[in-house]
Write a new protein. Structure first.
Length: 427
């Protein structure tokens, strides 16, 4: 058995495994970019199988098209499309990419599938696109790959700029990791490399295998999408007001005496989280000599489907302990999302950063962080700069601490709470 055949078989295994992993994530997180990338790895698996068959027994019309369409059309275009869906913060940009990519997919697929070819592929030599496709097919491939290359470069540049903005504190949205975006972008150019002429036949299946592996690795590094939290962040994040007088209305509205610098509790030492658990973000410290301002955050958990009930049980137990034992926690609310039954949103407001540190150091919080790991597929954290709030008791208000209502059983639609008036963040 020749080396190209062996590499092709190994590539089929890698691409099939990557397809299985991505398909599993699609089931739990049905995102457009995951669907597109799953289809791309499936196409690479088909192309690698066709390459192995061609190198073993000779190429024909069927194996030629099975190699060229997935590697030269579908994979580059759909991978780039997925990057735009993942990175672009503008709905107009995503819609434009959907429109262009859908049109190119349909038109180019029809052209390549019906091309009569200048010569029928035969033999075990690599059937290059340049030697067999008609000029109109080359124009279609040129258009597809130019759009894909521009989309990849723009997505990577945007991700780099936003990563810098996050580090500088200018952008509150969590961003997908560059270590995941860059491999997927590289996979686009690797797949395009199959259109070039290489001196050794083994390079072609090797490039296809590398593209599948890069997609697999990239998806394993991407944990969150900015589009999933953009709407919430737009409503809840606001400019920070530096007037000290804004602290007292917060405390009075929650029924908690306003802290003073002398009476503020000392920050408790937060023990190191268990291995594999990310450390919580540190709350911003107050400037020396000024009253501490409230601190808030939102946590968005995407749950594993068969562990949602376990997570809800842990969350309810922890929330009850927060309610009864943390006077510095002004708001601790757990939301269900009717249109996303596997998501839980925690909305938390603390009297000051010291109260947040005390909350994080509690044994039951450490236990909750450790035990929820087996239930959670992805976690998003949004830190809030509080602007204004009105706190009103729920209809079934409880005597002390923030009011809590138990979560309904998993899969049911929660009843809406009456609006108390103007909401958090000045919305």
């Amino acid at each position: 058995m020749s080396l190209p055949v062996l590499i092709g078989f190994a590539g089929v295994l890698v691409a099939a495994a990557a397809t299985g992993v991505l398909a599993g994530r699609c089931v739990h997180q049905p995102r457009i970019y995951l669907i597109l990338w799953t289809a791309s790895t499936l196409g690479l698996a088909v192309a690698l199988a066709a390459q192995s068959m061609g190198f073993a027994s000779g190429f024909g019309l069927a194996t030629f098209r099975a190699v060229q369409l997935p590697t030269q059309l579908f994979a580059p275009l759909w991978l780039a499309w997925g990057l735009v869906e993942l990175v672009a913060g503008s709905e107009a940009a995503r819609f434009g990419m959907r429109l262009v990519s859908s049109a190119l997919t349909v038109v180019a697929a029809v052209i390549l599938a019906t091309d009569p070819l200048t010569a029928s592929p035969s033999g075990k030599a690599w059937p290059s696109a340049g030697a067999h496709f008609q000029p109109i097919s080359h124009y279609a491939l040129d258009a597809v790959q130019v759009v894909a290359a521009v989309a990849v470069l723009a997505s990577v540049a945007l991700a780099v700029l936003r990563a810098r903005a996050v580090r500088a504190g200018e952008d509150p949205l969590p961003r997908p990791e560059l270590t995941g975006i860059l491999p997927v972008g590289l996979a686009v150019f690797v797949a395009m490399g199959l259109r070039l002429s290489w001196p050794d036949r083994s390079v072609y299946p090797l490039l296809s295998l590398l593209a599948a592996a890069l997609i697999w690795f990239g998806v394993s590094r991407i944990q969150r999408s900015p589009g999933e939290v953009a709407a919430a962040d737009d409503v809840l994040a606001g400019p920070t007001y530096d007037q000290p007088g804004l602290v007292e209305p917060w405390a009075q509205a929650a029924g908690v005496p306003a802290p003073t610098p002398a009476a503020a509790p000392a920050q408790a030492a937060v023990p190191a989280p268990p291995a594999g658990v990310p450390a919580p973000a540190a709350a911003p410290a107050a400037a020396p000599g000024s009253p501490a301002k409230p601190y808030g955050r939102i946590l968005i958990f995407t749950l594993i489907e068969d562990r949602a009930a376990d997570f809800d049980r842990l969350a309810e137990q922890t929330a009850e302990q927060v309610r009864s034992g943390e006077p510095g926690t002004l708001v601790y609310v757990i939301h269900l999302v009717p249109n996303a039954p596997l998501q839980r949103i925690f909305y938390e407001i603390y009297r000051d950063p010291a109260a947040f540190e005390s909350h994080e150091s509690q044994p039951y919080m450490q236990r909750f962080v450790a035990e929820r790991r087996s239930c959670v597929l992805a976690t998003n954290v949004i830190e809030l700069r509080l602007k204004y709030a009105k706190i009103a008791p729920l209809p079934n208000s409880q005597p002390a601490g923030p009011g809590l209502r138990p979560l309904p059983p998993s899969g049911t639609r929660p009843s809406p709470l009456p609006s108390p008036g103007r909401g958090f963040g000045g919305a």
